[in-house]
Design a protein around this ligand. Structure first.
Ligand code: FAD
Ligand code: NAD
Length: 474
């Protein structure tokens, strides 16, 4: 473990959990530079090393952790023992023990080792270091502390940063903007103290965290959970109304106070008690707030580097090969790319980070491949309800749902069981063509959905037949 004197104190590696410290010496120049150390970075490194086994790669990340998978931070880690959660261990859907880190620490080398190796390469990590801008003409990345690193090819895999709402600025010491492992640790600890925890936002993060916190409330006596939804229910911007309503009821059954159709007007604080005031006069008390209202892509980095962004959808504009300018690639959440089937898009999901990270890596070693493989995503509302999805899934699009009759004993009357949505599929349409599919409590069918998106034509819109492809009635 070496400490490079070139890295000043602004770049300490935080070592909350006694993990080994990584202080690689910064190489002045690398063949492959990866900015951001998340999932897209990991996937790109794998692809580069596959086609160029002697590649020398440097990952620069402003986080204190080596690349890891964020998806369990709002789900599985919450249901683990404290000891397991602290080191990122969790059980996957197949009951197998997993760890969030994409690679073991020993698979990385130090910056000095990277420079000294002859005839073979490796991947070095520079953690706690932030890239300020790229100098595209001179092929250099400039860090916040002024360090310059020359590159042959560079990947920007910088993800997104959680957005805040201006109303919460005045109470920011009681607000969590949730994105990384340290946020998980902080919120997990805060929730042990009980009180009113209010989740603002009805998207993926807010909904998954509400369930996780409600589960925690079964063990922490005075913990109460509310979720403020701008839409008519949770995931209202994604799911059709019937599924959003159903998912909201699932959360209510877990004890979450779902606040529907809520527009925040102001936030006040008196003797430490926060009140979130809504435009219609309602008010929600809070001891702690989790603001989960989406992410922003760092356009500052783009502006300082002279790279083009899409101000409407956000992100760095790249072509189908994920290239922004010659030798500058972008992948994951930050990429605003051209999908030959569905048009210009930006996607903020795990599999997309894997797919685009891999594609960028392949193109960085000269493959010249276009984005054609549709990525999928998934979400869970507790252990009994989950879905997988592909393409454009937006509640503003027309959609058709095909669901199996519930197996409930009593399907009469207006009780929760009788309205249960057990297994089904939702087709999202644009110009009478399927552009997105959700399979609800049906797993492993994304290959079928992918083929449907690629080949289906307007004349073939027979929903019952299409639903049969997904075994909805089995
Ligand atoms: P990230 O994984 O965010 O990595 C970007 C990295 O770059 C970060 O470490 C960041 O700190 C670093 N960075 C940023 N700027 C700089 C800079 N200037 N210099 C150096 N480093 C920088 N998706 C699903 O499909 N299913 C799920 O169940 C799911 N669950 C999720 C749960 C949570 C709690 C979160 C936060 C996300 C979840 N997602 C899920 C989304 C998925 O994790 C993201 O889409 C994915 O992480 C994006 O990968 P990325 O590499 O683009 O960005
Ligand atoms: P999101 O984009 O999924 O949802 C944002 C939510 O914020 C929307 O429901 C919207 O209604 C709400 N919102 C926006 N402005 C608001 C306002 N002024 N007042 C009230 N509500 C407002 O983002 P997220 O849920 O914050 O998730 C953060 C990131 O993490 C996203 O990139 C998301 O895709 C990712 N994530 C994904 C998963 C998954 O795929 N299963 C799980 C967790 C997180």
């Amino acid at each position: 473990v070496e400490v490079d004197p070139a890295i000043d104190e602004v770049i300490p590696v935080v070592d909350e959990q006694s993990k080994p410290k990584v202080y690689p010496e910064v190489p002045p120049e690398v063949e492959y530079l990866i900015v951001g150390g998340g999932t897209a970075a990991y996937s790109a490194v794998r692809a580069i090393r596959k086609y160029d086994p002697t590649a020398k790669i440097l990952i620069v990340s402003d986080e204190a952790e080596m690349p890891y998978n964020r998806t369990p931070l709002s789900k599985e880690l919450w249901f683990e023992s404290e000891e397991n959660a602290a080191v990122g261990k969790y059980k996957g859907w197949d009951d197998k023990e997993r760890v969030i880190f994409h690679e073991k620490l020993e698979n990385y080398c130090t910056g000095r080792e990277l420079q000294e190796r002859e005839g073979y390469g490796g991947t070095a990590l520079l953690l706690g270091a932030k890239v300020d801008r790229l100098d595209a003409d001179n092929k250099k990345a400039i860090l916040y502390n002024g360090t310059e690193i020359g590159y042959g090819k560079v990947l920007l895999s910088i993800g997104g940063k959680p957005r805040n709402l201006p109303e919460f600025e005045s109470v920011k010491d009681k607000v969590t903007l949730f994105r990384d492992l340290k946020d998980f640790r902080q919120l997990s600890e805060i929730s042990q103290n009980g009180g009113n925890v209010v989740v603002v936002g009805s998207g993926f993060l807010g909904t998954e965290l509400s369930y996780a916190l409600a589960d925690r409330a079964k063990k922490v006596e005075n913990l109460k959970v509310s979720q403020i939804c701008r839409e008519q229910g949770v995931l209202g911007a994604v799911l059709p109304e019937h599924l959003s309503n159903y998912s909201s009821e699932v959360l209510e059954k877990e004890g979450v106070n779902i606040v529907r159709d809520a527009e925040i007007s102001s936030v006040s604080q008196e003797s430490g008690n926060i009140s979130i005031n809504l435009k219609d006069g309602r008010s929600v008390p809070a001891d702690h707030v989790v603001v989960a209202v989406g992410v922003d892509i760092d356009h500052g980095l783009a502006e300082r580097s002279g790279l083009e962004v899409d101000s409407r959808r956000g992100g760095f504009i790249v072509n189908s090969e994920l290239e922004s300018r010659k030798d500058i690639f972008v992948a994951g959440d930050a990429a605003n790319f051209y999908d030959q089937r569905l048009g210009r898009r930006r996607v903020e999901h795990y599999d997309h980070a894997i797919v685009t990270g891999r594609l960028a890596g392949e193109n960085m070693v000269g493959k010249r491949k276009a984005y054609t493989h549709q990525s999928m995503f998934w979400s869970d509302i507790g252990p009994d309800n989950g879905f997988e999805a592909i393409g454009l899934v937006d509640s503003k699009l027309k959609s058709v749902s095909v669901f199996a009759q519930p197996e409930a004993q009593n399907t009469e009357g207006d009780n929760f069981e009788s309205r249960k949505f057990d297994k089904g599929v939702v087709f999202y349409l644009r110009n009478e063509k399927v552009v997105g599919v959700i399979t609800w409590n049906i797993f492993g069918k994304m290959g079928v959905a992918r083929r449907l998106l690629a080949h289906q034509s307007a004349e073939e819109l027979n929903y019952a037949e299409m639903a049969r492809l997904f075994n909805v009635h089995k």
